[in-house]
Design a protein around this ligand. Structure first.
Ligand code: DC
Length: 647
């Protein structure tokens, strides 16, 4: 087994963008496994989640004699048609509530001798309400240790469903889910009545939806009464595909809303049967841009850059609500999360844990019995170590703090294995879009090579020279002198530029060709000498770094703007070769050109670009040299892609 890391450090100075294919939903995976095991016939399960919680369910079912064939992309379960062949088993279920509760109910009706236990935290999570409901119908369940809590010993009972079964609904919806999943085993007519207000209703909807896929329809009256007809029996649908995990999606959608985006999650869409898909509505209400399709959902930050503070009842999305608690750190005021009392009986006391960790980051937090009020700090404290309480969701939601641009440390990050073993790899991929930095002198062909590399890899493309050219043109149009560094810097900071397809617009005017004029080249080389101008363009350049990657070309891409670039290339050619290429370009365009003048201009510009005090043009020690005097464009492109494939 992989060794658990002590901690992981995260920081995302470039925001977040890209796409993630979600692992299968835990809630659906464990329900489908159990239903397939109880059903008549074979079920092929596709996109089953591979995680600790599903492992516990799979191993438990195997211990009960169910035949399961696990392949990488498909898991085939041969259903026991209601009765497990093993009438005795000792099952260890870790901290997997989605395995423990339903198996308790099923085994209570299975006429065997079973023991169910878990980790220490599982033995602190109440199960009395479920046990009481099962005992009332004749099940024989005994507490092995503390009254009301696992571990449990189960013996054969005399099940009688002539009276309605009552179950509390206000602590955990998993008790109702457990009864619903188990009762068809009796083949008797059954009525379940829910006492108190049912929490987390969308999870019960998942249960009903999946039972229907396995041939059992439950009639319900509101959320208080559920009815099963006599003779109900699970039948395999043959094949079933598990949706992507909607709770897992919440971290990535939030990352898109906080870190620029767009971030797309593949594997859930607008018709998802999971309640947590509603998290995207909450983000939208805060101002994020959300796009939905059948197969994916995507989030982007609002143009104004921040999200609205909120006051929301989150009972319907208890897991994804934790993500909102961290999002609250980025909102413009105090936010309130209401009706989340059942956070206290989850993997840890999540209300207390979230309050403690949010406070470490500088937030003011008021912890109520069933709510949290969070006021963000002016600036999030850097370098904080977040404790995760062996709770996968705490580890995942606090990773979002990295999007504030300050480093955050997540302790025991591998606790995410409970539901999402790949989480930090997927998250890092969104915040770490690779950069290929290509620097070189004017006319070396780096622009053409860089653009073609970007196209070949499907990466974004930054022509940083165009930005200096735009500043020069903007200065000319606004009659700002080329010596006035602070005014030029101000123009650079607020450059009204828009890149649309392959055209560039300045104040709405298409300037794609205008910025290529020789006079603008000359002026650009002058404005580029001012440190203030360079600084003003820094963030704009870094903002081009987006998943899946960026090819950035200029003079200081490798040395200053993207020193962490995955691949650095210094692309050059002799001044004569460059002058000749430029000469050909101009003649082809039908323009006047003089080779000697072009050569002199190029040499002068080289001298200025290499001789300036800030960010002079030079080859970095860790750059690959690409000398193109005798190379074609295609050969240059191939070479860059070959180098990149080896990074
Ligand atoms: O690459 P180009 O010729 O379009 O660049 C125009 C000018 O901008 C050039 O004289 C150098 C300057 N420049 C720079 O200083 N730093 C960059 N990263 C890109 C261009």
């Amino acid at each position: 087994m992989k060794q658990r890391r002590d901690c992981i450090d995260l920081v995302a100075p470039f925001g977040a963008a890209g796409s993630v294919t979600l692992p299968g939903s835990k809630s659906i995976s464990n329900r489908v496994l159990l239903l397939a095991a109880l059903a008549e016939g074979k079920t092929e399960i596709h996109h089953l989640l591979a995680s600790e919680d599903t492992r516990y369910m799979l191993d438990a079912l195997k211990s009960l004699g169910v035949a399961i064939d696990e392949q990488t992309s498909v898991c085939t379960v041969t259903g026991a048609a209601g009765i497990f062949s093993r009438r005795e088993a000792d099952l260890f279920l870790g901290n997997a509530g989605t395995a423990f509760r339903p198996l308790t109910a099923v085994l209570a009706l299975a006429s065997g001798n079973y023991r169910l236990s878990g980790v220490a935290r599982m033995h602190e999570r109440p199960i009395g309400d479920l046990v009481n409901a099962l005992r009332a119908m004749g099940a024989d369940i005994r507490y092995a240790d503390k009254e009301g809590y696992p571990p449990l010993n189960i013996f054969p009972g005399e099940i009688d469903l002539s009276a309605p079964v009552s179950v509390r609904g206000d602590v955990s919806s998993q008790f109702l889910t457990a009864l619903l999943l188990a009762l068809p085993l009796t083949r008797q007519e059954a009525v379940i009545r829910v006492d108190g207000d049912l929490v987390s209703r969308p999870y019960v909807e998942i249960t009903l939806n999946l039972m229907a896929r396995f041939g059992v329809t439950v009639a319900r009256d509101g959320w208080h009464e559920f009815r099963l007809v006599a003779g109900s029996q699970y039948r395999s649908p043959g094949r079933i595909t598990v949706e992507g995990d909607a709770s897992g999606a919440s971290y990535f959608l939030a990352a898109g809303a906080l870190g620029g985006g767009p971030v797309r999650v593949n594997g859930i869409g607008r018709d998802s049967i999971q309640g947590d898909v509603r998290f995207s509505d909450a983000l939208e209400a805060l101002g994020a841009h959300i796009d939905r399709d059948e197969e994916w959902i995507q989030a982007r930050a609002p143009a104004r850059g921040y999200l609205d503070a909120f006051d929301l009842d989150l009972n319907h999305i208890p897991d994804a609500a934790m993500t909102l608690a961290v999002v609250a750190l980025f909102c413009n005021g105090t936010s309130k999360l209401r009706n989340i009392a059942n956070w206290r009986v989850k993997e840890t006391d999540r209300l207390a844990a979230m309050a403690t960790e949010l406070r470490k980051l500088g937030a003011s937090v008021e912890e109520g019995n069933d709510c949290l009020e969070i006021t963000p700090p002016d600036t999030i404290s850097p370098g904080v170590s977040i404790d995760t309480y062996d709770d996968h969701r705490i580890a995942m939601c606090f990773s979002l703090v990295a999007l504030s641009g300050v480093a955050v440390r997540i302790n025991d990050p591998d606790c995410v294995a409970k539901t999402y073993p790949q989480y930090f790899e997927d998250f890092s991929q969104l915040i770490d879009a690779p950069v290929i930095a290509i620097d070189g002198p004017s006319g070396s062909g780096k622009g053409t090579v860089a653009k073609r590399v970007a196209d070949a890899l499907g990466f974004h493309y930054l022509d940083s020279g165009a930005l200096y050219r735009l500043v020069a043109l903007h200065a000319e149009r606004n009659r700002v002198g080329l010596h006035n560094a602070s005014s030029l810097a101000a123009l650079a900071r607020d450059l009204p530029v828009e890149f649309r397809d392959s055209d560039i617009y300045l104040s709405g005017d298409c300037v794609t060709d205008a910025i290529r004029a020789e006079s603008v080249s000359e002026a650009a080389s002058r404005v580029a000498q001012f440190p203030e101008v360079r600084q003003s363009l820094m963030k704009r350049q870094r903002d081009f770094r987006r998943a899946p990657g960026l090819v950035a070309e200029g003079r200081d891409m490798a040395s200053v703007v993207f020193p962490e670039a995955a691949l650095k290339v210094y692309l050059t050619a002799s001044a004569e070769a460059r002058a000749e290429r430029r000469y050909k370009q101009l003649i082809e365009k039908g323009l006047d050109a003089n080779l000697a003048t072009l050569l002199r201009d190029i040499q002068q510009r080289d001298a200025r670009d290499s001789g300036r005090s800030v960010a002079p043009l030079e080859k970095c020690a860790d750059s690959q040299l690409l000398e193109t005097t005798n190379l074609s464009i295609a050969e240059g492109v191939d070479q860059v892609i070959r180098w990149f494939s080896k990074t």
